[in-house]
Design a protein around this ligand. Structure first.
Ligand SMILES: C[S@@+](CC[C@H](N)C(=O)[O-])C[C@H]1O[C@@H](n2cnc3c(N)ncnc32)[C@H](O)[C@@H]1O
Length: 239
């Protein structure tokens, strides 16, 4: 194992708290599959989906697929911290990591425009409200808060379209709702480079999210094969 591999492994073990599960009182398979909302970990995405993020980022580095890395829906920031950590480990000189969130939890479903979100109101769930300062502190804890990390603070409908991102190599969607998923796809999909990755965290777990992805792909005639990551995550590579 190289030092780079050891660092990224260690980073994932810390971000998930997999290394300290005895202190968290959580069964290893629950955390590996990302099925709980951890008390302290910087991500609720389990090890399998983090492995997928690592594979995507390392693939675009090896294959020189141009563009930045972004997650829409970051919670405590763990996935984006991992993205920045991998860039650091690979001594990448210029790609940026975009950290997009309301930093005040999910929006109340707008069932007039997005009826698929009916019955999926998580807007009052305080566990999902993590401030931008807290996420910055989390980056800082790992020594990864620098000028290559950019925060997009606010609702996706307002922040993503005007964001000064030219090209995207990895687009990771984790906003749960139909509206949040569709807003991100509409604003960002055309900036994904050929060969880039589109990763959807909630495809299996959240019917509104799956519906938004299917509607978008149908509307845009996207036939790139969807690959399963685990019980909920999927990805495809853009042609
Ligand atoms: C399930 S959490 C993301 C989990 C995270 N990726 C991780 O690594 O643990 C969903 C996040 O999406 C954000 N979110 C959902 N819809 C949004 C929207 N329309 N605009 C901005 N943020 C949104 C919420 O604030 C929340 O932080």
């Amino acid at each position: 194992m190289t030092a780079r591999e050891r660092y990224v492994d260690l980073l994932m073990g810390c971000l998930t708290r997999e290394l300290f599960l005895d202190q968290e009182g959580v069964a290893p398979d629950i955390r590996a599959e990302g099925r709980d909302w951890p008390a302290t970990a910087e991500t609720m995405v389990g090890r399998r989906r983090l492995d997928n993020v690592r594979q995507a980022v390392e693939t675009v580095l090896v294959e020189r697929v141009p563009g930045d890395l972004i997650e829409t829906g970051v919670w405590r920031g763990g996935v984006t911290i991992l993205m920045r950590g991998i860039l650091a480990a690979w001594e990448d000189p210029d790609r940026r990591v975009w950290v997009a969130d309301s930093f005040q939890g999910l929006p109340r479903p707008n069932i007039v425009d997005y009826p698929d979100d009916d019955g999926h109101d998580l807007s009052g769930v305080s566990a999902l409200m993590v401030s931008a300062d807290e996420v910055r502190d989390n980056f800082d804890r790992y020594g990864l808060l620098d000028d290559r990390v950019h925060f997009l603070e606010g609702w996706f409908a307002d922040t993503l379209a005007p964001a000064p991102i030219e090209q995207i190599a990895v687009l990771r969607l984790d906003g749960d709702l139909y509206e949040s998923t569709m807003d991100a796809l509409v604003a960002l999909y055309d900036r994904v480079s050929p060969g880039g990755f589109v990763i959807v965290d909630d495809y299996g777990a959240w019917e509104p999210c799956r519906k938004a992805v299917e509607d978008f792909r149908t509307d845009r005639n996207i036939t790139d094969e969807i690959h399963e990551v685990d019980w909920t995550g999927v990805y495809w590579r853009t042609s």
